[in-house]
Write a protein that binds this ligand. Structure first.
Ligand SMILES: [Zn+2]
Length: 464
């Protein structure tokens, strides 16, 4: 049973459960699909309204050029400032027929809230806003300056976020940043992420200045599909190791404290095997080695390949072009522009100029906060109190996000924690969160805020 401040706050959260579910629903009942633009016009205004209702001063920025960024602030003139990053845009809800209830009509079934954005990312935003309400309601103040940065382009790769950071560096100043996402294991153990990989997304094009030909010409004429396949197989060996010269040169190898975090991730291997099956892994490395590769090493992936005839039945053709889409996940030390140069050099050497490299954008580097940072320890301690279990700390998410803007540009520690779980179906039909995790998420953020100044200044957590 929860005791002390944690218990009191938990008690009040449960009294206000209906109100907190209502706040969540108010964010989930309008579309805000950045990929198609659906609902985006009104969305920022509606988010700002919710912020104001909770008691934050809000602003809407558009000078970065993309969908509006909603800014929220609570200035209490205290000795610390927490920056909170979230996004209000969501993934398209398709395929609609796979939803049990309509994606923008939040519905409760089996103690879960179903809607597009329930987890990614409106649920996380709602929990953080409720934490502010909870503190205003119970202790009458929020003993910390709070800044909310809520963008509208996360699901399309945050193309204008760096512009916003450059334009508004001064308002972004803070002591630490709480990143958008996180979750818990099936047994309720909270997960915390100390970083995100960077990314570089490329297309590889092979083409000949001739039309498609009868495939009998294949005996003597170049086939761009073969050129491309030959190139792709030169980029990575069968165990996943990237073969591009110099690819690993800039990788900053993690220190022992970072690697030690992987010891805690005991259930990982069985979780992965449940998804991909026993034969689905690239190699028969140990669970710890797999985790090391997944979270701390770069990788290259083919997202799609297209060439020639792929329809029903046979068509004997010698295609005139072929292309592939590739993503490369980066870790600290690697710069996207440098990796692009290495890829171009490799492609030139192997294909003799017959394949061209087209980056879709310039990508971004990785971010990682060291486990010894006080903010990491604060988030871990408050998580343990809120969830009643020691958190699992991932040194990095396996996925990418523009977290480098915080860690590199603002030079601030950045940690992700949130309310998802293994059933959240993020980006898929029937996205949902458990009400229990949502309420615990509110508690976690509230405990983090009240203990922030005492812990960051004196290493103590008096309010647990
Ligand atoms: Zn997402």
């Amino acid at each position: 049973m929860m005791s002390g401040i944690t218990g009191e706050l938990w008690h009040r959260i449960n009294e206000k459960r209906g109100e907190y579910l209502q706040l969540l629903k108010s964010l989930l009942s309008f579309p805000s699909v950045s990929a198609t633009g659906e609902g985006m016009e009104e969305a920022a205004g509606r988010v700002a309204e919710v912020l104001e209702k909770v008691g934050l001063r809000s602003d809407i920025f558009t000078d970065h050029g993309g969908y509006p960024i909603v800014w929220g602030e609570l200035r209490e003139e205290r000795h610390g400032t927490l920056l909170i990053y979230n996004h209000y845009d969501v993934q398209p809800p398709d395929p609609l027929e796979k939803w049990t209830s309509p994606p923008f009509q939040p519905t409760i079934r089996n103690e879960r809230v179903y809607a597009r954005g329930a987890c990614d990312n409106k649920g996380n935003l709602a929990a953080r806003l409720c934490a502010i309400d909870l503190l205003l309601d119970t202790i009458g103040e929020v003993p910390l300056n709070i800044k909310f940065l809520i963008e509208g382009e996360e699901e399309i790769g945050s193309p204008h976020l760096s512009k916003f950071f450059q334009n508004h560096r001064e308002i972004l100043s803070a002591d630490a940043c709480l990143w958008e996402m996180g979750g818990a294991s099936p047994d309720g153990r909270p997960h915390i992420y100390l970083g995100a990989k960077g990314i570089l997304y490329l297309e590889l094009h092979a083409s000949e200045k001739r039309p498609d030909l009868h495939s009998s010409w294949g005996a003597i004429v170049r086939n761009p599909a073969f050129e491309l396949v030959h190139l792709l197989s030169s980029m990575r060996d069968r165990s996943g190791r990237v073969l591009i010269e110099g690819f690993y040169d800039d990788v900053q190898m993690p220190d022992s404290e970072t690697v030690a975090l992987l010891e805690e991730l005991s259930g990982f291997e069985s979780e992965v095997r449940a998804i991909v099956g026993d034969e689905g892994l690239l190699s028969n490395k140990s669970a710890k080695e797999l985790l090391f590769d997944l979270t701390l090493m770069p990788c290259i992936n083919i997202c799609g390949i297209q060439s020639g005839y792929t329809g029903h039945g046979s068509k004997t053709v010698l295609p005139s072009s072929a292309f592939a889409k590739i993503d490369i996940r980066l870790v600290p030390g690697m710069r996207p522009e440098r990796v692009l140069e290495l890829v171009k050099r490799h492609v030139e050497r192997v294909s003799g100029g017959r394949v061209s490299v087209v980056p879709l954008d310039m990508g971004y580097p990785a971010a990682r906060t060291h486990p010894s940072e006080p903010f990491v320890q604060l988030i871990a301690r408050t998580a343990e109190s809120a969830y009643g279990m020691k958190p699992i700390i991932y040194p990095s998410s396996a996925g990418s996000g523009p977290m480098y803007l915080v860690t590199e540009l603002l030079q601030m520690p950045c940690v992700a924690a949130g309310i998802g779980d293994h059933q959240s179906n993020v980006h898929a039909p029937d996205e949902s969160i458990s009400i229990e995790n949502y309420l615990k998420g509110i508690l976690h953020v509230a405990l983090t805020i009240v203990n922030f100044v005492p812990f960051m200044r004196g290493g103590v957590t008096p309010y647990l």
